[in-house]
Design a protein around this ligand. Structure first.
Ligand code: COI
Length: 364
C-alpha cells in the first residue's frame, strides 16, 4: 500500500513560525460524541501578515478574538477569500490531511482573481502542519467526524477609499466537525437570483460568493428546501453548483456533472470524485448539463441519483429537487449505488483504510 505523502518533505524555513502555546486548553469542554459543525474551535490559530510586498510574522497563537479597525477594508469591500479542508486520524493514531496541495493552489488562484497577494506554499503547508501538530488531540475519531480546517485571507488596510488593498492577513483556524448535512438535502432550482456569471468571481472561493446566496437560501427554506441549485445567469437553462457543494446526477448508468466554465468552484472533492469514477470504470460526462435534461430523465424514471460534493458536505445525497411547480423526489438512499460507493471509497482513502493510489493523503 502507498504510504501517505509527507506534508512537506523538504522543509524550507524561509518563513519561520513562532509558536506561542495556550496555557489553558479548552479541550475538556469538547463533547466528541455531539460535535455539530463550526461552533467550537481548537485551542490555536495560525496567523501571517502581509505588508510592503512581503509575508512575515508567521505565528501559532491561542485562538482568540482579534482587534480590527472599523475601517478594515475587507469588511467594506470584500477582498476576502478562504479554503476548506479536513484532517483525519488514521488507525495508527497519526493525523493526515486530504489533498492540501490543491487547497494551497486554489487559494492562490482565488487571490489572483481578487487582486490579493499569493501566499507561498511553504507558509500554507508549514502553517497547517504546526497547527495540526499542536492541536492533534482535537481531531475527532467518531465515524463521520474530522477536524475541519479553515484557511482564509483578508485585506487589512485601514482605509475607506476603494482600491486594491496593500495589507493582508492570512490565518488558519480549525474546528472538530461532524457531518455538514445530517440528512439528505432538499434543493430548489434557482429561477430568478443568480450566484455567478461568466467573467465574474464564481470560480474564486471568495466570501462574497457566499453572501450572494443567502437571500435565495432563506427564500428556499421558506418553501421547505435546504439549498439552492444555481443556474447560468443569462437563461437559467444550465446547471452550475449548489454554493456549498458541486453537483452530480446519475441518469441511467451515466454520471453527469457540469464542466468548469469559470462560474463554478473547482472543488477538490469534485475533482477527486471524477478521478474515482474513472478508476471505478463508471460512465461519466463532464459537460454543460441542462436542467430540462434532468427533468426529462426524472419523468422517464431514469434519474437515479443526485449528490453534492464538497469538503464540508463530503458526498451529500439530494432527496428532493424542486423545479418550477414540480418536486422531484429521488430514489431512497439505499438505492444510491454510485454515490454510496464513492462516499465509502473517499472515507476509506482519507483514513488510510484502503490504498491511496493517487497520493492524496498527506501525513502531518
Ligand atoms: C467547504 O466545503 O469546505 C466549504 O468551504 C463550503 C462551506 C459551505 C462550508
Amino acid at each position: 500500500m502507498n504510504s501517505p505523502v509527507d506534508i512537506n518533505p523538504a522543509i524550507e524555513m524561509n518563513y519561520p513560525i513562532e509558536i506561542n502555546p495556550t496555557t489553558s486548553s479548552r479541550i475538556h469542554e469538547m463533547d466528541f460524541e455531539n460535535i455539530g459543525f463550526g461552533k467550537i474551535y481548537a485551542d490555536h490559530m495560525f496567523v501571517a501578515d502581509y505588508s510592503n510586498g512581503k509575508w512575515k510574522d508567521c505565528r501559532v497563537i491561542p485562538f482568540d478574538k482579534m482587534p480590527l479597525s472599523p475601517a478594515t477594508s475587507a469588511i467594506h469591500y470584500g477582498q476576502s477569500i478562504f479554503e476548506g479542508l479536513k484532517a483525519f486520524k488514521a488507525a495508527d493514531g497519526k493525523a493526515q490531511i486530504f489533498r492540501p496541495d490543491r487547497n494551497a493552489a486554489r487559494l492562490n488562484k482565488s487571490a489572483k482573481r481578487m487582486a490579493m497577494p499569493e501566499l507561498p506554499e511553504e507558509i500554507f503547508m508549514n502553517g497547517l502542519r504546526s497547527l495540526i501538530n499542536i492541536d492533534m488531540d482535537w481531531i475527532p475519531t467518531v465515524t463521520g467526524s474530522s477536524l475541519y480546517i479553515r484557511p482564509f485571507m483578508f485585506a487589512t488596510d485601514e482605509f475607506i477609499g476603494v482600491k486594491p488593498a496593500d495589507n493582508f492577513r492570512f490565518m488558519i483556524i480549525t474546528c472538530p466537525v461532524g457531518p455538514y448535512y445530517i440528512k439528505p438535502v432538499k434543493v430548489l432550482v434557482a429561477d430568478h437570483y443568480v450566484r455567478a456569471v461568466i467573467g465574474g468571481v464564481g470560480e474564486a472561493k471568495a466570501a462574497g460568493n457566499y453572501a450572494a446566496t443567502m437571500l435565495a437560501v432563506n427564500e428556499a427554506r421558506a418553501q421547505g428546501y435546504d439549498q439552492v441549485l444555481w443556474m447560468n445567469a443569462n437563461n437559467f437553462e444550465y446547471i452550475q453548483e449548489v454554493g456549498t457543494m458541486n453537483i452530480f446526477f446519475v441518469i441511467g448508468d451515466t454520471v453527469l456533472t457540469p464542466e468548469l466554465d469559470g462560474s463554478i468552484l473547482d472543488g477538490v472533492t469534485r475533482s477527486s470524485v471524477i478521478t474515482l469514477l474513472e478508476d471505478m470504470n463508471i460512465k461519466h460526462e463532464i459537460r454543460p448539463v441542462a436542467v430540462s435534461e434532468i427533468y426529462e430523465a426524472y419523468q422517464q424514471g431514469l434519474l437515479k441519483e443526485v449528490f453534492g460534493t464538497g469538503t464540508a458536505a463530503t458526498i451529500a445525497h439530494v432527496s428532493d429537487l424542486g423545479y418550477k411547480d414540480t418536486n422531484m423526489t429521488l430514489p431512497p438512499i439505499e438505492q444510491r449505488h454510485i454515490g454510496n460507493a464513492i462516499k465509502q471509497r473517499l472515507v476509506d482513502i482519507k483514513t488510510s483504510r484502503v490504498e491511496d493510489k493517487f497520493n492524496w493523503v498527506y501525513k502531518v
